[in-house]
Design a protein around this ligand. Sequence first.
Ligand code: ADP
Length: 398
Amino acid sequence: MKNEKIYRAAFDAKQDETYDLILDKLTERIKELNCLYGISRLVETTSSIEEILGGAVELIPKAWHYPEITRARIRLKDFEFESDGFSESPWKQSEDIRVDGEKRGNVEVFYLEDRPGRDEGPFLREERDLIHAIAERLGHIVSRVEAGNRLEALYTSEKNLRRELQEEMQNRVEFTRRLIHELKTPITSLLATSQLLCEELESHKLGRLSTYVYENAARMNARIDELHDIIKGEIGTPDVDLKAVKLGDILRSPLEEMNSLAETSGIELRLYIDDEHVSVRADASRVRQILSNLLNNAFKYASGNGTVEVHTKTSADMVTIEVKDDGPGIAEEERNKIFESYYRSPDKAKGSHGLGIGLALCKVLVTAHGGTIWVKSAPGKGSSFFFTLKRTAEGYTA
Ligand code: ADP
């Protein structure tokens, strides 16, 4: 009975000892976890490396076994951070901080006084693991912050570049506007006077010359207007006055006008309208401009004595108009580029005339109609340009 009591007391004492040991170890682990968690929290509150390291160095001593005599130092390239009341001592632990594999500095922990020998001088094995984990975490944090800073710098420079580019574009647009105005003033009076001259000299032998002056002034005027439309398309939407119009009406008259030009170019122009009376939402003068550009190109590139055809295809909600030539065609890699402003084919055989704005303008105008434009081409055999116009809800107007 007596022995049993002794055993029991010894057993209880052992139990208490184990319990204290476990409690002690748990308290240590919690301190370590608090330290690592505190360092992670710092990243959420600031993105400055100085502030993160400055905060971290104060958290470290609290996680060591004797916080009251523990001091820490973090060194990272040009920075050095010390915990409150820091001084060096012979009892020290140190771990390198590596950023993306490169050594950048270290974390050091000092005991200001000697303590009984443990796994590593007066330090525990767990404290070695902890200083390693802290150094590793700081390395990751620095790497991430630096990557973020690089990204931000890149973003800022990109933003500045975009602003400069926008300013440059605005300056160019302003310049072109002024240029157009400067050109428009003399050309308008040139047009008016040459038209008058044409009428006066109708039966005179100089009549042909005055017609020539008038036609060229008109061509120049059209080019200036195109340039103006392109600018408007680049900075906003060009003016289009959309109305319900009959397909036959908006196609026949511009095609008749283009007929004489086709004849002088030795081209036969054919028109196939599948449904004259279908109603589309369009601005007749803008459709005339689109057709004029497509046909001018077709005449320019069609083979000598060739044929240019215009076809229409009416579907449930739109009409597709095709301008087809039998010219040299367009290489596949060029088919998207030709609709960009100022693009001209590098193919010398296609001549050096033109500003490269005709098709870009067609795209701007077709888009303003709510339609699309595209090209199909078989190099060596010819090209077909297609654009769509939307049908009106009321369907037929006649
Ligand atoms: P440009 O006024 O210089 O002709 P466009 O925008 O009208 O400008 O045309 C751009 C380029 O597209 C031209 O330089 C030419 O290479 C090509 N192109 C346009 N239409 C045709 C066509 N019908 N056949 C072959 N190439 C064409």
